[in-house]
Structures are given as C-alpha cells and as structure tokens.
Design a protein around this ligand. Sequence first.
Ligand code: IMP
Ligand code: MG
Length: 181
Amino acid sequence: MSRLAPRGAQISVLYSAKEIEARVRALAADIVRAIGSEPLIVPILKGSFIFAADLLRALHEAGAEPDMDFITLSSYGKGTRSLGEVTIMRDTEAAIAGRDVLIIDDILESGRTLAFAKDLMAARGAQRVMTCVLLDKPGKLAVDVKADFVGFECLDRFVVGYGMDVAHAYRQLPFVGYIER
Ligand code: IMP
Ligand code: MG
C-alpha cells in the first residue's frame, strides 16, 4: 500500500499500525518473562518514543510495573547517514545502580547506538541490561551487539514513521514506511 504523506513524498507501508500493535503485545509478554516485572525502561530518544509509549502500556497489560527514564543519543546529523560517533544530547536522571534496565531503541543498524547505551548502563552499575528494538536492519552491524528483543526485521531502506524521522519529518505517521525513490 502506498500513501501520500505530508510534504509530498510517497511513502510505502512496511509495517501497519495493526501489525505493530500485535507485535508490541507479544514483545511485552516476552520481556516480562525475561526481565521480571519491575524493570527500569530507558528509551533512546527521539526515534523510539512512540514505540516506547506503546510498549510501556503493553507491559502494564502483561502485569509489569516498570519505571521509565529517557536518554537522548545522537549518531546522525540531519541526514540519513550515521556519523559513526555517539554523543549524549540529554542524559538519564534515575539511579541506575542495581536496576534491571531495558534499553529501547527504534532501529538497530550499525549497532553503535545500542552498544554505547548498553556500556553506559553497565558502567553505572545496572544489575542487568537488556535491549529491545522495534526494527533490526540485518547485515549492517559495525560493532558486536545483539538486541535481546526485536520487533521486526527491516528492509535495507531508510524508514520513517511511528516516531522515526528523516530530517525531523514524518514521526507522526502511525505506521512504519519507507520513502519511494
Ligand atoms: P546505529 O547506531 O547505526 O545502530 O543506528 C541506530 C540509530 O540510527 C537509531 O537509533 C535510529 O535513530 C537511526 N536510524 C538508523 N536507520 C534509520 C532509518 O532507516 N530511519 C530512521 N532512523 C534510522
Ligand atoms: Mg535513534
């Protein structure tokens, strides 16, 4: 299915709102089984904010009582190519030591963002660090990292929607899609 998105681009749907909803519910059940019912959820902003909000409510439905704090990391400038170096734009506030931490990100691509966040939480004394990504882009890893929970495999295309952007546009789309070339 193809939809005309704002700003004139033609966006093809990769994962619909319905597919995402069902997958998020299944992920929440897996997560509660693996990490227990009182994790500290740390979404990596900005791209994961819609996924994290849906997952948080699904975790509630699955019986969990998570805490949540946020970190803003950046490896992209305004473009669609990773700059390779991860920087903290805004840090967490919660105490990390002794917690079971679940890091949430939108996409695992080179792995640099997720590896950076995992190392950071471990260095701050987390009891356990697990990771969950909505999308995994296979064959793109530049560092040795693996997500414990994955929503979907991702095409080797630049995707937008459901919180994800290109140059700050298209986060509002309720589905994950890619821009037609
Ligand atoms: P990595 O550090 O190379 O694994 O890149 C992961 C980060 O790059 C994610 O947090 C995303 O925000 C961003 N990213 C990677 N691919 C895409 C994409 O196709 N669309 C939007 N953001 C992306
Ligand atoms: Mg990101």
